[in-house]
Design a protein. Structure first.
Length: 226
C-alpha cells in the first residue's frame, strides 16, 4: 500500500465516487471537491501529491484551475476528460498539465498512469547530487533551477527536459528521445505536446535571465551550447 494523496476534481458525482473508491482500494488517500468555487483553496488545504482534473466543471473549467494551481505548485496534473480533440490536449498541456487521458478509460489503465507519474515525479528526484553547468544549478530534490540568484520552479516534464539537456551540453537530443524519456511508452503523445513543454520551459528560463538557453536544431531536436 502507499501513502500518496490524490485530489480529484470531477463534476460527475457518480464518476467521482467510483474513482475515489477504486483509488482508495489501491491505498491512495483521495479527496474530492466540496465547493467548485473553491477548488484552488481546497487543493492548497489538502496538499496532494497528484491532481486528477476534468475539463468541464461548474463556475470555472479545468484549464482555469490548472493555470492557477501552476502559479503555486509543480504537483503532477493528469487531465481526465471526454474532450478528445488535440486542441483540448494542447490547451491542457499549455496550462500546465503533465498528461491527458480521454474518457471512457479502463480503471486499471488510470492506476498504471498514476503509478508511472508518481514514480517519475517523486522517486526519480531522489537521485543524489544537484546538476551544475556554468552558472546554472538544477536542484533535483525540489525540481527548481537557479541562475544569478533567480530561481524557478519546474514541473515534472520541464525538469526532465532540462535535466537531459544539462547533463550533456552540445549534444542534440532528438524530439523522439525527449518524448520517450518523459512519457515513456504509455501511449501515443502528440508531437505538439513536447513543443508546448519546451515553450513553457523556455519562458521560465527567460524569467530568471537565461535567454536563448535552449537551442533548436531544425527538424532534429534541442541542445544547450557550451
Amino acid at each position: 500500500m502507499n501513502s500518496f494523496k490524490i485530489y480529484l476534481v470531477e463534476d460527475d458525482e457518480v464518476i467521482a465516487n467510483s474513482l475515489k473508491k477504486f483509488l482508495e482500494s489501491w491505498g491512495y488517500e483521495v479527496a474530492t471537491v466540496d465547493d467548485f468555487e473553491k477548488v484552488f483553496d481546497e487543493f492548497m488545504d489538502f496538499s496532494p501529491d497528484l491532481l486528477l482534473m476534468d475539463v468541464s466543471l461548474p463556475y470555472f473549467n479545468g484549464y482555469y484551475w490548472t493555470e492557477m494551481i501552476r502559479r503555486e505548485s509543480s504537483v503532477p496534473i493528469i487531465f481526465i476528460s471526454s474532450a478528445s480533440e488535440n486542441l483540448n490536449k494542447i490547451m491542457a498541456m499549455n496550462m500546465g498539465a503533465d498528461d491527458y487521458i480521454t474518457k471512457p478509460f479502463d480503471l486499471d489503465f488510470l492506476e498504471a498512469k498514476i503509478k508511472a507519474m508518481i514514480r517519475r515525479s517523486y522517486e526519480y528526484t531522489e537521485t543524489s547530487k544537484n546538476l551544475t553547468y556554468k552558472d546554472v544549478t538544477l536542484y533535483r530534490d525540489k525540481m527548481t533551477i537557479l541562475f544569478n540568484n533567480n530561481e524557478a520552479d519546474l514541473t515534472k516534464n520541464e525538469y526532465m527536459i532540462i535535466e537531459m539537456l544539462l547533463g550533456s551540453p552540445e549534444r542534440v537530443f532528438k524530439r523522439d528521445e525527449l518524448m520517450d524519456r518523459i512519457w515513456q511508452s504509455d501511449e501515443f503523445i502528440d508531437d505538439n505536446t513536447l513543443t508546448v513543454n519546451i515553450m513553457r520551459l523556455r519562458k521560465k528560463l527567460e524569467d530568471i535571465g537565461l535567454t536563448d538557453f535552449i537551442k533548436t536544431k531544425k527538424k532534429v531536436g534541442y541542445y544547450i551550447e557550451r
